[in-house]
Design a protein around this ligand. Sequence first.
Ligand code: TPS
Length: 214
Amino acid sequence: MSTSRLAQLLRLYLVTDPQALRGRTLTDVVLQAVQGGVTCVQLREKTASTRDFVALACALTEVLKPLGVPLVINDRLDVALACGAQGVHLGQSDMPVALARQLLPPEVFIGWSVETPDDVQRAAHLPVDYLGVSPVFATPTKTDTATPWGLEGLCQVRAMTPLPLVAIGGIHLGNAAEVLTAGADGLAVVSAICSADDPCLAAQALRTCVNAFL
Ligand code: TPS
């Protein structure tokens, strides 16, 4: 896939968290979010059994494939392979990306979280397809994060790499425009959509904001 096509697919990127769903099912929230205009979905399960993770991934694949929305699996290559996901997202303490590249079919794209300028420099020599600039702002959703980049940090990352950049961490409608202005190709959110009263409306509002930057 070309870099510009991938950047397009990452414009409004929903990352799931079972704890953010407020009692609703994952599939319901994902479907509403896609109706609202989410362009990519990452399944992120930190405590599920492998069996449950695979079952969820397969269920989401069935829902998303006909809609043309790519599914990305967080951390677990085996789960991605089992469900035929389009992408894998890896953090700094996950499987090394060079090894992941060897294990995955060439059409499966790989995203990598960058937490420091050193990480961004390393990415230039690694087989990664996009970077997650993480976290841009402090977030209660993930508490084991590095120091936030802030908008200036995001601008610096933009200047350092031609790779598609997805900004994540504390992003919501109120700061989305400045995050895009700072150079992100896409917005990745957990709580702004998963925990919204109406995930469809929340996604719609964010998508309108993203579209204004097209
Ligand atoms: C594309 N990550 C960093 S901050 C955060 C997560 C899950 C929570 C954001 O929650 N980049 C990508 N995917 C990931 N899973 C990460 C980084 C890791 P909220 O939007 O509620 O602030």
